[in-house]
Design a binder for this molecule. Structure first.
Ligand code: 8ID
Ligand code: ZN
Length: 349
């Protein structure tokens, strides 16, 4: 049966990893159109760290159960839910729900919905054993993809997959990925390779270099060792990036990206370092005909497609499984930039 109470990782105010409290909280009840998911595994995304720090201009609910890369089993369905069934294996992603009726939802751009519900930010997320998702938005997980593998796809995978579509880099052209050794980055390399792009990975340290190369990066640039990252990117790509996804949580990466972008290319903003500004020279922006666009997660079809790449074997998340109770240490390691790939929490430990 479903218990009345459960363990959750709760923050009651913004701050450092010590703010995370593990405590008994009620198991939520699914309302109309909602499902209750018994979360088995959840990834930890840098967005969860932004939520902990409170460094974005968008207020989060408080107290807050974070987490938005969850995978588990449907254990209860609310009124009116017909196509999601008990026992279904599903993912809960950043976009917990959307209105389904606005101009954005109607045009499959639901991440722009003004009524969007964000898991682990505006509604409680996946750092608990039982989490609520809107039935219309939980993502079905293919049979041959394990729950722990599916977890990092639920935010990192979906996001980079969609952002690569926005970048519109053609086969054999160069995509450049600042932040390539992180959770989003190592998946971006693999999706890009699966789409036949050539990849320049930018990050730092031996672990991340190995990860990036294992994921298929053609070139690795260590931003701490390379004196002139912009010149190096232009050199190895023969004139600059055909497309760039900025995945690094350092605002410096944005400045460099505007400079190493090839004329006619697209720069996609994905990471959101606090207070970051994009300072692009209008003369060069114009004559280089650069496109700069934001990309916020992906829609439901992107989510399904992102998992299909995993199901087919083209993309393999690289992650370490750790006990749920280690969440504060994961945040500390993430603050220090010490995580290559993703950490996935096992809720049973
Ligand atoms: O929908 C969206 N747009 C979306 C979805 C999910 C996550 C956006 N995000 C955002 C997060 O909120 C965060 O701001 O993407 C960013 C990256 O998330 P992540 O991949 O989960 O973070 P990470 O694993 O900590 O990786 C960041 C990497 O950046 C590198 C670090 O070494 C790390 O590997 N990095 C840094 I810090 N400075 C760098 C630099 N100057 C750099 N890489 C290259 N150059
Ligand atoms: Zn995320």
């Amino acid at each position: 049966g479903i218990p009345r109470m459960q363990m959750g990782a709760v923050i009651t105010k913004h701050g450092s990893p010590e703010e995370v409290e593990f405590k008994q909280i009620p198991v939520p009840e699914p309302g109309p159109g909602e499902v209750l998911v018994n979360i088995k595994f959840t990834g930890v995304c840098h967005t969860d760290l932004h939520a902990l720090h409170g460094d974005w201009p968008l207020p989060a609910k408080m107290p807050l159960v974070g987490g938005h890369e969850g995978a588990g089993y449907v254990v209860k369905v609310g009124d009116g839910v017909t196509d999601v069934k008990l026992g279904d294996r599903v993912g809960i992603k950043w976009m917990n729900g959307s209105c389904g009726k606005c101009e954005y939802c109607l045009s499959a751009r639901e991440s722009l919905c003004p009524h969007i519900l964000l898991s682990g930010y505006s509604v409680d997320g996946t750092f608990q054993h039982y989490a609520i998702g809107k039935a219309d938005h939980v993502t079905p997980i293919p049979d041959n993809v394990s729950l722990e593998v599916a977890a990092p796809i639920m935010c990192a995978g979906i996001t980079v997959y969609r952002a690569l579509k926005e970048a519109a880099v053609q086969p054999n052209q160069w995509v450049v990925l600042p932040g390539a050794g992180g959770g989003l980055g190592h998946l971006a390399i693999q999706y890009a390779r699966a789409m036949s792009m050539r990849v320049v990975a930018i990050d730092s340290g031996a672990d991340k270099e190995k990860l990036c190369r294992d994921c298929g990066a053609d070139v690795f640039i260590d931003f701490r060792k390379e004196a002139d990252v912009v010149a190096k990117v232009k050199e190895v790509t023969g004139g600059g990036a055909h497309g760039t996804l900025v995945l690094s949580t350092s605002s410096k990466s944005y400045q460099q990206a505007t400079e190493f972008s090839r004329p006619g290319s697209t720069l996609v903003t994905v990471s959101m370092p606090p207070d970051a500004q994009l300072n692009a020279d209008i003369f060069w922006l114009t004559v280089k005909m650069l496109k700069i666009c934001g990309s916020h997660v992906g829609n439901r079809l992107d989510s399904i497609e992102a998992l299909q790449y995993v199901s087919s074997g083209a993309v393999k998340p690289v992650y370490k499984v750790q006990p749920f109770s280690t969440l504060p240490q994961v945040y500390s390691a993430m603050e220090a930039g010490n995580i290559a790939g993703r950490i996935v929490l096992d809720l049973s430990l």
